[in-house]
Each structure stands twice: as structure tokens, then as C-alpha cells.
Design a protein around this ligand. Structure first.
Ligand code: ATP
Ligand code: MG
Length: 247
């Protein structure tokens, strides 16, 4: 498999805090890569750096062999590299379909104007993807009235609406009950296998990430601690001491 994201020697500081220190990792095209590590180890910061949410203080980030570390976030999104957030970002007052439509990249206009320019295909795609994540019956419900887990599913569907090549998911299963987690794992795997979307996933749920990922990276104190297959990571003494021992 070829590399789709190449992170080389990336550092990011917040004042005196070293959030990432010379981190290098590569994400394989078409695969599922996991990112684990204790709270505050710099996982979300690294995702923010990759999608251009903030400038980095050193190193290089390439997407499909193109340097992207100095590109603005919208331009990176247009290349097909998208992320979801640790906290869901949906408009609670709008229904699910409306949330799907305003997530489209060319709809960066007022919400009201955005609602008027959607095509029949956009509506059909929104319905199809809501069906895919199991929210079709709820599509006209105010999204603020969905359960937390359903809101996570909606956020995932909103990301798919943009037809990403590669999707970064920040703790997709956090706060979701075990039954819904299995459904979400299934949808993520299908998005990977059927739509060919490369996934890069931050997770604290070890059952989920060990079950899904082909390669896992572990950060600790902002630095890369280990990398390997799920089996290798589970048996890595450094990872056990820094992180897994507490699980
Ligand atoms: N905008 C910011 N300003 C200042 N410090 C920040 C900022 N964002 C992150 N940090 C700090 O950088 C470090 C890494 O935080 P980050 O959110 O990347 O960790 P994380 O691995 O995602 O943790 P968690 O598992 O709890 O989500 C922490 O010490 C955090 O306090
Ligand atoms: Mg985080």
C-alpha cells in the first residue's frame, strides 16, 4: 500500500507546552491507522496540524506527496482530507438533512442562502448517507433532539457528504453505548472497504481500535512512543507502562 499522509518531524508548541515533538508517522492509502496515547499526549493537536487548523512549528506534512503544512484548512479539505471533532459540531436547531446540506464545502455562505442552492442530487445523497448510518427515519428531526450517539453518527455522515479520500476521526466512539458502538464500527469499516476511504482514527476504546486498525501509533508526552500492528502494540512494554496498563 502506498502512503497517503506522511508526517515528518512535526513539532507544535503552545507557549511553553510542547504538544508535539518531532513526530513522524505515515498513513497508508486505503488502510485504517490508529492513534492512541494518554490524555494530553498530543493526539488532537497532531490531527489539527494535519488538517491545517493551526500552523506547525517544525517538520513537514504531505498528503498524496504534496506538502500541505502551509495550506489553509479549506484548501486541505478540498484536496479530500477531512476530520471530525472530539466534540460533535452540528447545528442543533436544524434537522439532519439540513445539517448534511450545509456541510458541503461550497456552501460557505449564510445558512439561509446555502439552503437555496442545493440540487436534487445533494438531497438524494444526504438521504442515502443518512440511511447508511441508520438515521433515515430521524432525518427530519431537529438534530439537537438526537441522542449523543446519534449525533456522532450524523457527524460521520456529514463528513461522508464531502466524499473525502481520507478521514480523520477524533474519538468517534466516545460516549456511545456498546450496541451503537458495534454499529458505528461496522459503518466505519464499510466506509473504508466499500467507499475506499482511508481512515486515521484517534481512540481510547482499545477494543475498537485493536479490532479495526491495521497499524497503530502511540504518542506519549507529545512524542512517538511506539508503532506497529495491534498485536505488537498490545505487547509493547513501553505502551503498557505509559498507557495500556491503566486500561
Ligand atoms: N490551543 C491550545 N492552547 C494551549 N495548549 C493546548 C492547546 N491545545 C492543546 N494544548 C495542550 O497540548 C497538549 C496536548 O493536547 P491534545 O488535546 O493534543 O491531547 P490529546 O492527546 O488529544 O488528549 P485527549 O486524549 O485528552 O483528547 C495538552 O497539554 C494540552 O493542554
Ligand atoms: Mg484529544
Amino acid at each position: 500500500m502506498s502512503t497517503i499522509i506522511e508526517i515528518e518531524g512535526v513539532s507544535k508548541f503552545f507557549g511553553g507546552v510542547v504538544a508535539n515533538k518531532e513526530v513522524s508517522m505515515s498513513v497508508k492509502q486505503g488502510g485504517i491507522t490508529g492513534l492512541i496515547g494518554p490524555n494530553g499526549s498530543g493526539k488532537t493537536t497532531l490531527f489539527n496540524s494535519v488538517v491545517g487548523y493551526h500552523p506547525i512549528d517544525g517538520g513537514s506534512i504531505k498528503f498524496e506527496n504534496k506538502e500541505i503544512s502551509k495550506l489553509p484548512v479549506q484548501q486541505i479539505a478540498r484536496l479530500g482530507l477531512l476530520r471530525t471533532f472530539q466534540q460533535t459540531r452540528i447545528y442543533g436547531a436544524m434537522n439532519c438533512v439540513q445539517n448534511m446540506l450545509i456541510s458541503l464545502p461550497h456552501r460557505k455562505m449564510s445558512l439561509w442562502d446555502a439552503m437555496k442552492v442545493n440540487t436534487k442530487e445533494d438531497y438524494e445523497r444526504a438521504d442515502r448517507l443518512l440511511e447508511f448510518v441508520g438515521l433515515y427515519e430521524k432525518r427530519l428531526l431537529k438534530s439537537g433532539d438526537l441522542s449523543f450517539g446519534q449525533q456522532k453518527l450524523l457527524e460521520f455522515a456529514m463528513a461522508l457528504m464531502n466524499e473525502p479520500t481520507c478521514l480523520l476521526l477524533d474519538e468517534p466512539t466516545a460516549g456511545i453505548n456498546p450496541t451503537l458502538i458495534n454499529g458505528l464500527i461496522d459503518r466505519l469499516k464499510r466506509a473504508n472497504a466499500e467507499f475506499g476511504i482511508t481512515l486515521f482514527i484517534i481512540e481510547h476504546n482499545m477494543r475498537v481500535i485493536m479490532n479495526m486498525a491495521d497499524t497503530i501509533y502511540c504518542l506519549a508526552h507529545g512524542e512517538l512512543l511506539a508503532q506497529g500492528t495491534p498485536g505488537e502494540i498490545q505487547n509493547d512494554q513501553r505502551v503498557i507502562d505509559a498507557y495500556l496498563g491503566a486500561h
